[in-house]
Design a protein around this ligand. Structure first.
Ligand code: XMP
Length: 553
């Protein structure tokens, strides 16, 4: 381990780590019933058919927030795949198409023949009208923005516990001029006489978007659909997720051996913890230090997993190899590529030494799956190649275990808490696989890494002291390639410009620069120019994503 990582500073985090150890020890003794909540006999699921709306993923998040398991599938997914989920209802998402487009995507007829509840949102509502005998008119003008929804006299279970008028968010071109036979108009707005409609079978159409924050009571509307119309009970909780996963992993692994790459991040930590609780020493974690980690990162990760939790961890300090591969590399994408390739090599070498391994555990999350499985209409250009360090080796002949593949990031954190992991670990801000390499502009050198580590440590320290760490999606230092003139005492200096990046975000798809208090910025700046010899100027990055990105490279 490098000198940097072996330096130790005591912080309040250590207390939380020891609490974790106590809980983990207790759990170790309870392998046959690891959590209090029993696994539900049958998981209740709702299927979201994705027609390509930018909000589709949000619908899934909101449904999960109501503790109902859901899966989002492309609208044209094979019916057997959908039926296998035994859905209690369907949600048809919005989408950019018009039902009048040639080859417009349609909902599978089986949805309507199933006699299960269906919630059509925006384009989904237009499909209900179009496919069930109503009439959709082509919009001349898009309706976009806030609207006030008025409920009609008839009370719908969808609006239970809600006032008669509600602010809602509209974003549509076409609109419905005639509800299909058997449907009743249940709400209207000034511009949309048919803003919500429903029939006795629990088929409901909404012209507005209940999933977005601009519809403040939207979550209650979705919850009413799930609970009052589909009859879901809300059994999707982190506790029973853990017990369900443990049972599944034990059944799959039997007496086999599992390897898992630890990155120090929350996803791989949760994966390792679940698998360890399921199969104990049959799991070996591999922790590759690529030399691009933050100060103390390697030591802390090792101490929790190896020394304290007594997990089998193979630690490989490959810093030299990575630095060698990064020599002279300036292009950000080439940096990522080299780091990714080197990681695979080191990981495979270490895995080969373990031998007799049948399973590879990875921290793949639900958004990764959706991205690759979704209908993909209007696919975005590759902005950056994101290497998930936990999931690289593709040519290893190992069966995959991906216990988090159904979860969103915030659910992973909840599961982490349910596993008894310390908040410090569970609420860690995301850290990219290529690490500090993409926060150093230009060539990565040992000297620049040391400078950035020192500056980054101060940023993290001050943000934590100001109790803002958890309010921020990410906060870190960037080492620019610009040097500027300064004066220290009587001497002229010519040092690096360090940039501070702090953003708020829900999912990293969009982000806003954090309005950090000036006093805090002043403290960070003073400390950096005084404590980091190679830096003599600090700037604050006030760009949002888009058009900028969170990381600088
Ligand atoms: P950007 O910079 O694209 O980042 O706005 C969005 C989120 O992704 C993280 N990120 C990465 N994570 N490998 C990773 O594992 C990468 O190459 C990578 N690049 C960016 C970034 O930290 C942010 O949370």
């Amino acid at each position: 381990m490098t000198e940097q990582t072996s330096r130790r500073v005591s912080t309040s985090d250590d207390i939380e780590v020891s609490t974790y150890l106590e809980i983990a020890k207790e759990k170790k003794g309870e392998r046959s019933s690891p959590t209090q909540e029993p696994a539900p006999a049958e998981r209740e699921a709702v299927v979201i058919l994705d027609f390509g709306s930018q909000y589709s993923m949000l619908i899934a998040r909101r449904v999960r927030e109501c503790h109902v398991y859901c899966e989002m599938v492309p609208f044209d997914a094979p019916w057997e795949r959908i039926a296998a989920l035994k859905p209690k209802g369907f949600i048809l998402s919005g989408g950019p198409a018009s039902v009048y487009d040639e080859g417009a995507p349609l909902a599978p007829h089986e949805v309507f023949e199933s006699h299960l509840p269906v919630l059509g949102i925006c384009y989904g509502m237009q499909l209900l009208a179009h496919q069930l005998g109503g009439r959709v008119a082509k919009g001349v003008k898009r309706e976009y923005g806030h609207a006030i929804l008025h409920q009609n006299m008839s009370s719908s279970p969808l609006f239970a516990d809600l006032p008669p008028t509600l602010p809602v968010w509209m974003s549509h071109g076409d609109h419905i001029v005639e509800a299909p036979p058997g449907f009743e108009v249940i709400a209207y707005t000034d511009n949309s006489p048919i803003a919500a409609m429903g029939n006795r079978e629990g088929m409901i159409g909404l012209q507005f978007h209940p999933e977005v924050a601009h519809t403040p009571q939207g979550k209650t509307i979705l919850k009413n659909f799930l609970y009052n119309v589909c009859g879901c009970k809300g059994a999707w909780t982190p506790g029973n997720f853990v017990s369900e996963s443990i049972e599944k992993i034990r059944a799959k692994v039997c007496n086999g051996r599992v390897i898992c790459a630890l990155s120090g991040g929350v996803d791989s930590a949760v994966v390792a913890s679940i698998i360890h609780q399921a199969v104990g020493d049959q799991l070996t974690c591999i922790f590759v230090n690529n030399g691009l980690l933050r100060r103390e990162e390697a030591e802390r990760t090792l101490s929790v997993f190896q020394r304290n939790l007594k997990m089998n961890v193979v630690y490989k300090d490959a810093s030299e190899r990575f630095l060698e591969r990064l020599k002279g590399v300036i292009d950000p994408e080439l940096k990522r590529k080299r780091i990714g390739e080197e990681f695979i090599k080191v990981f495979e070498e270490e895995a080969a030494k373990i031998g007799q391994v049948q399973f590879l555990a990875q921290g793949t999350l639900y958004p990764d799956i959706i991205e690759s499985a979704s209908s993909g209409r209007g696919a975005a250009a590759t902005i950056k190649t994101h290497h998930n360090v936990g999931g690289l080796p593709k040519n290893m002949k190992l069966a995959l275990i991906e216990p988090l593949r159904d979860l969103f990031k915030d659910e992973v954190r909840e599961v982490g808490l349910a596993l008894g992991m310390p908040e410090e670990m569970v609420f860690r801000q995301p850290f990219p696989g290529p690490g500090l390499a993409i926060r150093i502009m230009g060539e990565v050198t040992r000297e620049k890494l040391d400078t950035l580590r020192a500056a980054d440590w101060i940023v993290m320290n001050e943000i934590k002291k100001a109790k803002l760490y958890r309010d921020l999606w990410q906060s870190f230092a960037v080492l620019t390639s610009t040097r500027s003139v300064g004066v220290m005492g009587d001497d002229r200096t010519y040092g690096y410009v360090v940039a501070i990046r702090a953003v708020t975000s829900e999912d990293a798809m969009t982000a806003d620069w954090a309005r950090l208090p000036y006093d805090l910025l002043a403290r960070i700046s003073n400390r950096i120019v005084n404590e980091v010899p190679a830096a003599n100027r600090v700037v604050y990055d006030i760009s949002s994503k888009p058009p900028s990105t969170i990381e600088w490279e």
